[in-house]
Design a protein around this ligand. Structure first.
Ligand code: LLP
Length: 421
């Protein structure tokens, strides 16, 4: 469920007409609904209410500091994968004890930054990383709390580019090496083993792969405890999928996910951490764009928008589907016209949707991409020297620009011409 509905003939974000935002900031822009973000966070929080838990929002999905503050103010933790994301979480007021640090390539500088500023846990993905962390922590006279990310070798049954739980991916330590790696962690100075971590992929639409992975994590936790390790936290990662179309059968709900977690690992008495990104942010955001031209093509008509693959790369990168809807409502029985919906970027791949039935569209009118809150703005680039688009936050009847559109000068003044040129 989200808070983007038609009222009085126009798409609204909560109580704000999209047209009002477009008039104030111009298109394209991203708009997020604070009520939807809060609602989705609460669903997970309630789904795990049977035990100790912390819902850590995966900052990579949507990292605007204002969004992080909405969630942080509700008590959310943050799952971060870089020094930049750490800085964002802290700037949003989230204390270090609610931040977990994931990622296969943490640098020593990033480890130091987190240890200095405070960190709940490092999710360590390899032995070399474990040694580096031990060295950094020892040199600072600190102790790093560690969970080792185990790769359970399960097929997440999702898009290959976002499946992380099979053994040939770069992620985690093979689960059959857990005993050795935990023994090593226990031996190293500056390391305190606190838990086990797993994340098998993103946009999972079935609980079965989670169930299989968490079952393996439960077994390994018992084995590690028997070997003397104090495993008191389980970080179960993110990955629960969202409905990208209104017609498709919906993925499992957070409450069903929470029940499955209880069934698989609930008896261990561990504090549960999860790292959802997409389910919290995905359907809490739209990308709003305008039609520049309607161009008749040899095969189909093109709807050429002012947003391109640099603003929303998911269709080009993962063949992802995003529903596209007109901002101005049409009567229910309006006949559709079939368009290829494209951007202005000079690449054949700059196509959002092929042969998409839409109501007949006029140049100048606005359209919205649904489900664009997660992995939308954060994956944008300035390709074709198109400045990053603004982000807007709506909360009931208020809206505010939470990242403004840079001017061309701001964009090009980051470049410098050497004085010898
Ligand atoms: N935890 C870890 C360690 C992760 O790598 C990820 C996502 C998450 C949590 C959050 O997963 P979520 O709940 O959002 O599925 N750019 C791709 C998605 C990449 C996901 C990367 N890792 C896309 O647009 O579909």
């Amino acid at each position: 469920m989200d808070h983007f509905d038609y009222r009085r003939g126009q798409l609204h974000a909560e109580d704000v007409p999209i047209g009002d935002i477009a008039a104030a900031v111009g298109t394209p822009f991203y708009v997020y609904s604070a009520s939807t973000l809060r609602r989705h966070y609460r669903l997970f929080d309630e789904a795990l209410s049977w035990g100790d838990h912390l819902v850590c929002f995966a900052v990579k999905a949507l990292s605007n500091v204002a969004v992080l503050k909405v969630l942080g103010d509700m008590g959310a933790g943050m799952d971060i994968v870089s020094g930049g994301e750490y800085a964002r979480a802290r700037a949003a007021g989230v204390p270090g004890e609610r931040i977990v640090f994931s990622g296969v390539g943490k640098t020593r500088a990033e480890m130091r930054q987190a240890l200095e500023g405070g960190i709940r846990q490092f999710n360590v993905e390899s032995e070399p990383e474990l040694h580096a962390l031990s060295e950094v922590a020892t040199s600072m006279g600190a102790v790093a709390p560690v969970a080792v990310r185990l790769n359970p070798d399960v097929d997440a049954r999702t898009h290959a580019k976002i499946a992380t739980g099979s053994r040939e991916t770069k992620f985690g330590v093979p689960i059959d090496r857990a005993a050795d790696v935990y023994a090593e962690a226990a031996r190293l100075p500056g390391i305190e083993v606190v838990g086990v971590d797993v994340h098998i992929g993103s946009q999972l639409t079935d609980l079965a792969p989670f169930r299989e992975a968490y079952g393996k994590i439960a077994d390994v936790t018992r084995m590690l405890r028997a070997a003397g390790h104090d495993i008191r936290r389980l970080d179960l990662g993110g990955g629960l999928g969202i409905p990208y179309t209104r017609s498709n059968s919906a993925p499992p709900l957070p409450v069903e996910y929470g029940r499955m977690v209880q069934e698989t690992v609930g008896d261990l008495g561990c504090e549960i951490e999860i790292e959802p990104g997409r389910l919290i942010a995905g359907n809490a955001g739209l990308l709003v764009a305008s039609v520049i031209y309607v161009k008749s093509g040899a095969v189909r008509d093109f709807l050429i928008l002012d947003a391109g693959m640099n603003d929303l790369v998911r269709p080009a990168m993962y063949e992802a589907h995003h529903d596209i809807v007109p901002v101005r409502a049409r009567p229910p029985a309006t006949p559709t016209h079939v368009y290829d919906v494209v951007g202005p970027v000079c690449e054949t791949g700059d196509i959002f949707a092929r042969a998409r039935p839409l109501p007949p569209m006029e140049p100048g009118e606005a359209v919205a991409f649904r489900s664009a809150g997660a992995y939308g703005a954060v994956m944008a680039s300035e390709y074709n020297s198109r400045p990053l688009v603004p982000e807007v936050l709506v909360d009931r009847d208020q809206f505010a620009v939470i990242r403004r559109r840079p001017s061309f000068d701001e964009m090009i003044n980051r470049d410098t011409i050497p004085e010898w040129l």
